[in-house]
Design a protein around this ligand. Structure first.
Ligand code: SF4
Ligand code: SF4
Length: 358
């Protein structure tokens, strides 16, 4: 397979660049045809304005919708963000992230259906079946629209990890607790990608995120668009373009694709040559017994830090924590020294950016 890497310094130009990328990879009709229903799976980690680079930019989603509608396809947009999940919460996240405008200005439909279906994975690395949003099984084609961001746990979150978002609600957090250890958890991410493989991944790297991603890193103008039918290759290309060592990215390492030869249809990563600040990543090792996992982590991984001024004591972090490691007291959340396994799920759901993995 191949990867297209294109430069794009403004979201206004993204439709032309994405078109060019798809043409270079065999043409749009190779991936979606007239009459088909295409599900776009962008990154809706939480409700955040586009300039914070937490979510896929609405102008980028609109560009892909326009291309597909010109082709005669019907488009749906869906994701299952962090937290327990409800239609009200989804609407609020869609609004804050600017996605309601995409629905208003195009023929695309934002999905509010949170029902789930179990997909079997007879050859899964860890999972033999997985619950996913039902809509993923009802459409003809899935396109992944990840944001180019760093990640406190997996170092980089791209096209492969973007598909983790099709796991409904709190099950996402529960997997962190059940499959502890970064290697094993990365296998879970790969299994989920393989359960709902996108036909095409189109990465929004125009405004990316560096540092303490995926929720409260620093937005960084990268001016990149990457397109590929192979999500693994796309992630490798993105990391090489941004100076992130492949052996540090646990999903790439777990997939064993680090030295894969990739065919580039436009620019190569060497021609991009940028560098973004990335976290060291990692989590509690899987081989530690549950009773010791949290406490041993204190020696080599940082617990999430709290900005007391910003915290509204809403309690979402405690609901999300798969280890019941958070108690909301008078002074806000208190994390258990014994139980926290450094999954950083709490950081991802905090609506006030009061928690950080930094
Ligand atoms: S840290 Fe964030 S999620 Fe937790 S109680 Fe405070 S504001 Fe709510
Ligand atoms: S406190 Fe936060 S980082 Fe620790 S286990 Fe709970 S959700 Fe994960």
């Amino acid at each position: 397979m191949s990867v297209y890497i294109g430069r794009c310094n403004s979201y206004e130009d993204s439709e032309g660049i994405v078109r060019k990328g798809m043409e270079s990879l065999g043409g749009i009709s190779r991936y979606a045809r007239k009459g088909q229903c295409v599900l776009l799976k962008p990154n809706l980690l939480k409700g955040a304005p586009p300039e914070k680079a937490v979510t896929t930019h609405p102008d980028f989603i609109r560009a892909v919708v326009n291309i597909l509608e010109d082709e005669g396809a019907e488009v749906m947009i869906a994701d299952s963000p962090g937290g327990p999940g409800s239609k009200k919460m989804l609407h609020s996240f869609y609004r804050k992230s600017g996605w309601l405008e995409v629905e208003k200005e195009t023929g695309a439909t934002l999905c509010y259906d949170l029902s789930e279906t179990r997909v079997s994975l007879p050859n899964g690395r860890v999972l033999k079946s997985v619950p996913v949003l039902s809509v993923t099984q009802e459409v003809d084609v899935i396109f992944s629209l990840p944001k180019l961001k760093t990640h406190g746990l997996t170092v980089f979150t791209g096209a492969v990890k973007n598909m983790y978002g099709v796991v409904p609600g709190l099950t996402k957090a529960a997997f962190h607790g059940k499959y502890r250890g970064i290697e094993r958890f990365s296998d879970v991410i790969l299994d989920i990608h393989d359960a709902v493989p996108p036909s095409l991944s189109i990465m929004d790297g125009i405004l990316g995120m560096e540092g303490a991603g995926p929720a409260n890193g620093k937005p960084v103008e990268l001016g990149l668009v990457l397109v590929s039918p192979d999500a693994y290759e796309l992630d490798i290309a993105a990391c090489l373009s941004c100076g992130i060592p492949l052996n540090r990215v646990t999903t790439i390492r777990a997939a064993g694709h680090g030295d894969k030869k990739i065919d580039y249809t436009e620019l190569t990563p060497d021609e991009i040559d940028c560098s973004i600040e990335h976290p060291k990543g990692g989590s509690t090792p899987w081989w530690l017994p549950d009773s010791l996992g949290g406490v041993m982590s204190n020696f080599y991984l940082k617990r999430p830090s709290l900005d007391h001024q910003a915290c509204t004591k809403c309690g979402r972090c405690a609901v999300m924590c798969p280890e019941d490691a958070i108690n909301i007291g008078k002074k806000g959340p208190k994390m258990s020294w014994w139980n926290c396994i450094r999954c950083y799920c709490c950081v991802e759901v905090c609506p006030e950016d009061a928690l950080s993995s930094r």
